[in-house]
Design a binder for this molecule. Structure first.
Ligand code: NAD
Length: 402
């Protein structure tokens, strides 16, 4: 482990995972600068949605952090997908030890909403990732890149095999009884345009590690739940965002919100989909561990699974229903996905580095009372249902070529 205090650039540091990560790293003594184009706030305005928790403008957040701790976080308003020259100039000036890359459009339903959202998600996510890699290479910096990927790139095959940390050994029968062995990236099986961009990110990382020997850690993260961390609790102005709308609200947050406002818990299909989860407090701890443990190898991306438990959607709804008395409503599944699947995931690296996860059983009660119930009156009920659908993309009535 490398205990040296580092100069860290947090790209996408105004977002749900980025903001508490920036605070945690600053609290640990690292020097932190946030880069963000505030597009997530703009998308909320466009959708007519809002964070359930009242989040402050970025300048108020940063001033409140200074007041609460005496520590300073820098901020640069840059679109890293569109403003390459400004971004490269910042990297040249700061020469960061580490860049953490959160700056992508991260909602699968939003990425499937329509043609402009599909194109935006691809252009933004691939543009942001490639600009970062190209700039670090062009400046010849020895910066460690930490990227937030997703467990969703693996897809949800249901054959009981434990999903490894990124790589798979394959044995290929050749001629004359030869068996060839290869280590390959675990084949991706994306379920949305968003997940497709995360799959494409992996190839960009693989190329730049092999060709330019960049040091890269790709964290395949589970669905993040919870709102507050030790640092965001220090002052109400530091509060983290809580998305509950049909596009950006992740499943558990939607259930908590629905129970707080007396809406039935909307389970898509049978609720037999198993997913991987992690609490936001554990996310920030994992990020600190990733920053302190850069990969030794330069020509191979270090891939870790950043998740702590798996649950079916049905089981999650049951937990929230038991805790709050809310009824469960099974609704038609808007996604094109298996109705039921199992999921076994290896997360041995973070556990071996000392992560002690917060379980749902421990954190659910606080989340229900301190967040969902406290801010229930800010809920816009019409934003709760998911109106983006995958299932009408089956292309009935194809138009013949002329
Ligand atoms: P978020 O939307 O809350 O935060 C992303 C931030 O990046 C926003 O503040 C946004 O304004 C900024 N951003 C986007 N494009 C940008 C650009 N071109 N230039 C500058 N800033 C830009 O999302 P999040 O939930 O914090 O997720 C962060 C990362 O973690 C994403 O890459 C996401 O795929 C990954 N992830 C999140 C979850 C989850 O459950 N939230 C799960 C797995 C992986």
């Amino acid at each position: 482990m490398d205990h040296k205090m580092k100069n860290v650039l947090v790209v996408g540091g105004d977002g749900f995972c980025g903001w508490p990560t920036a605070l945690h790293l600053s609290q640990l003594g690292h020097s932190v600068t946030i880069v963000d184009n505030l597009s997530r706030r703009r998308i909320d305005d466009d959708l007519g949605a809002n964070s359930l928790t009242p989040i402050q403008p970025i300048d108020v957040r940063i001033a409140a952090w200074h007041e609460a701790t005496g520590k300073t976080i820098g901020f640069e308003h840059i679109d890293v997908a569109l403003e390459y020259d400004r971004f490269e100039a910042l990297l040249a000036a700061l020469k960061p030890d580490t860049v953490i890359h959160f700056a992508e459009q991260r909602a699968a339903p939003y990425s499937m909403k329509g043609i402009s959202e599909k194109r935006y998600t691809v252009d933004n996510n691939i543009g942001a990732t490639h600009n970062l890699l190209a700039a670090i290479t062009n400046l010849n910096l020895d910066t460690h890149i930490v990227h937030l990927g997703t467990m969703g790139v693996y897809g949800y095959d249901d054959d009981g095999m434990e999903i490894p940390e990124g790589y798979l050994k394959v044995y290929i029968p050749g001629d004359e009884k030869q068996i060839f062995q290869r280590e390959i990236l675990y084949p991706t099986n994306p379920g949305s345009v968003y997940h497709m961009t995360k799959s494409m990110d992996q190839i960009l990382f693989q190329f730049y590690a092999k060709n330019d020997h960049l040091r890269i850690t790709d964290l395949h993260q589970g669905i993040v739940w919870g709102t507050q961390t030790e640092e965001t609790k220090l002052d109400d102005r530091l509060m983290n965002r809580f998305d509950y709308d049909g596009d950006y609200g992740t499943v558990l947050n939607r259930f908590l919100m629905q129970s707080a406002v007396g809406h039935p818990l909307t389970v898509h299909g049978t609720g037999g989909q198993t997913r991987a989860f992690i609490h936001i407090q554990d996310t920030v701890k994992c990020l600190a561990l990733a920053v302190e443990n850069p990969p030794q190898e330069r020509n191979k991306v270090k891939i870790l699974n950043q998740m702590t438990e798996t649950h079916t959607v049905r089981h999650l709804a049951g937990l929230v229903a038991d805790a709050t008395g809310a009824p469960v409503a099974n609704v038609e599944n808007p996604r094109n996905e298996a109705a039921e699947n199992g999921l076994r995931v290896s997360n041995e690296t973070f556990i071996s580095l000392g992560l002690q996860p917060i379980t749902l059983a421990q954190g659910l009660c606080e989340e229900t009372q301190q967040i969902a119930q406290r801010f229930a009156d800010r809920c816009r009920m019409d934003m709760i249902p998911c109106v983006s659908t995958w299932t009408d993309n089956q292309r009935p009535g194809l138009v013949p070529s002329s």
